[in-house]
Design a protein around this ligand. Structure first.
Ligand SMILES: Nc1ncnc2c1ncn2[C@@H]1O[C@H](COP(=O)(O)OP(=O)(O)O)[C@@H](O)[C@H]1O
Ligand SMILES: [Mg+2]
Length: 268
């Protein structure tokens, strides 16, 4: 990669204690290296349990590695920071707060005065199409709308890096596509650096500049693919592109091999 990495893991390993006293440790990640350039959109693809969330938790500063190092703009990462935002699979909104109060929760807790963030809150509420729902409460929203509110909340503090953990995994197919289009639109406006975790090959091919495919437990980066598709992308154009079929086929092959390995290790 020619540009300087914004955020990187270098030769990182992570293990957790086994489930019972005396049982062997669970080696979750083994010698993982990855780096994101400024403004890059990278998808991390892998089967369930291979350590995708663990990689995000390390980069977010919620976990510490056993070996290796984590860097942000060349400096070591020791803990969470406001330049890194996280979006989870479940939108985790406060049920007793309105959409606007949820979206502005971070700056309000940081003691900022309303005139510093209200204009941005309006802008992000508009961008995610919730301007008419600002006074609604989470229970009055659909799943997709809740996730849109969570997106606006994550973007409001203007993170330089967004870590997204299967954020659309619980949505139906149509809503998911609408959210993917919305996400790429906001990303193209803000040029935030994004690491997006998914187990969905089509989602990775639609969103990413580059796809990293993980091996099954212990997780490593098994393959890396630079995607040739231009932006803005439309799903209709993409699925009829011969490169798309070819890439999907080879990714599915790798993912299937890794799922088989993890199933074998569970059965063995
Ligand atoms: N805090 C934790 N304590 C113990 N084990 C954990 C913890 N977090 C994750 N693990 C284990 O690490 C492995 C990878 O988990 P995770 O990173 O969530 O995978 P993925 O997101 O790819 O499904 C799993 O075996 C899981 O049980
Ligand atoms: Mg996960």
């Amino acid at each position: 990669m020619s540009r300087v990495a914004r955020i990187a893991l270098n030769r990182v390993s992570l293990r957790f204690p086994g489930p019972t006293a005396g049982s062997p440790d669970n080696q979750v990640l083994s010698d993982v290296s990855l780096a994101l350039a400024d403004g890059e959109f990278v998808c991390l693809l892998g089967s369930s349990g291979c350590g995708k969330s663990s990689i995000l938790n390390l980069l977010a500063g919620f976990e510490r590695p056993d070996q290796g190092e984590l860097r942000l703009d060349g400096r070591p990462i020791y803990g969470p920071g406001p330049e890194r935002g996280m979006v989870f699979q479940q939108p985790t909104l406060f049920p007793w707060l309105s959409v606007r109060d949820n979206v502005t929760f971070g700056p309000r807790m940081a003691g900022q005065s309303a005139d510093r963030y209200q204009a941005d809150a309006d802008r992000f509420l508009r961008l995610v199409g919730l301007q008419d729902f600002a006074s609604h409460f989470p229970w009055q929203l659909s799943g997709g709308m809740r996730q849109r509110a969570a997106l606006a909340r994550a973007w409001l503090p203007k993170p330089e890096i967004l870590l997204m953990d299967e954020p659309f995994g619980a949505l139906d197919a149509q809503t998911r596509l609408a959210m993917q289009e919305l996400l790429t639109h906001i990303w193209q406006t803000t040029r935030t650096t994004i690491l997006f975790v998914t187990h969905d090959v089509d989602e990775a091919l639609f969103l990413a500049d580059r796809v990293l495919i993980m091996s099954a437990s212990p997780g490593t980066i098994r393959e890396e693919l630079q995607l040739p598709f231009e932006r803005p992308r439309s799903l209709e154009d993409l699925v009829t592109d011969p490169d798309y079929g070819q890439l999907k086929r080879s990714i599915l092959h790798v993912v299937r091999e890794e799922v088989a390995k993890s199933l074998n290790s569970v059965i063995a």
